[in-house]
Design a protein around this ligand. Sequence first.
Ligand SMILES: CC(C)(COP(=O)(O)OP(=O)(O)OC[C@H]1O[C@@H](n2cnc3c(N)ncnc32)[C@H](O)[C@@H]1OP(=O)(O)O)[C@@H](O)C(=O)NCCC(=O)NCCS
Length: 299
Amino acid sequence: MTSPAIDSMQLNSFTLRLSDISSVDLEKLHALSMSVGWPHRSEDWQFLLEIGKGIAALDDIDRVLGSAMWFPYGDDFATVGMVITSPRLQANGAGQWFMEHLFRKIGDRDLGLSATRAARRLYLSLDFKAEATVYQCQGEALEPPVVALPAESVFRPIQLSDLAEIAVLDREAFGADRSVLLGRLLSQAKGIVLIRGGQISAFSLCRRFGRGYVIGPVVAPCDADAIAVVRPHVAEQAGSFLRLDTREKSGAFAEFLARSGLFVFDTVTSMSSGRHWPPASDSKDLNPRIYGLASHTLG
Ligand SMILES: CC(C)(COP(=O)(O)OP(=O)(O)OC[C@H]1O[C@@H](n2cnc3c(N)ncnc32)[C@H](O)[C@@H]1OP(=O)(O)O)[C@@H](O)C(=O)NCCC(=O)NCCS
């Protein structure tokens, strides 16, 4: 027998309107990402708003109930991220609606994104293809294991004047031109470059993000070089919360992360629309490859 109703109300009668995300109050966006358990600080949102574009969904009384952003890299590629529907509205078609609007704004570009489990079905229905698994490794950093530097190599702190050279490496590894993003990151991150034969063979950046620090991007031709540019950051952050997102499932780099206290916390899926992204890579061919993502959102 059903209990008699004391009172009733109609839920999900929200009328949403879309606005340019740059016109929306930062703290409301921050509250939205916290509502789905994401670790972004206001400062992390601020950075994304400065480098990306997007839309936000508001209700009649200006509560922010959704967001979606994109980040152009060069003329023909972008990543999509910060796609959020407020928990109270999920599974009602809002995510699909945001993405259709975003696609109209983005125009004719190839796209890449990191899909959470909750979002996979949404992106598959929009013809994105699953390409690779990303392992979100994090934890309280330990004093990293001692490792020998690769032969004939030295490392030093990154300098602003390294931008052009690291942008070339990054482009080869990432498959699109991220020089604008790298320039912005250089102004707020610490970085390491590995030099061999007078040229930069690998680099890494480390910045404040979320609950602590994130190491990324990390670009290197092989595990040994990747470890060489990541190790100094781990040593500096020992005792702090540290994160690195990588597509390396096993091998020396993945083992190094685990021995440094960074364990797999979650996974997301790299997905592409248009050309394959990220580009296929193999540590045996010694071409630069992405060992650490800048972030899920930025690729
Ligand atoms: C992922 C997210 C944006 C989807 O938004 P939404 O408004 O619920 O999406 P829609 O209602 O348009 O649903 C799109 C599809 O995903 C499915 N879906 C929605 N929520 C889901 C969930 N939690 N688990 C599995 N599938 C889900 C829907 O059933 C629908 O599939 P269908 O068209 O085959 O029926 C929302 O769940 C969210 O904000 N999650 C937390 C943050 C997040 O993970 N963002 C994605 C970053 S990549």
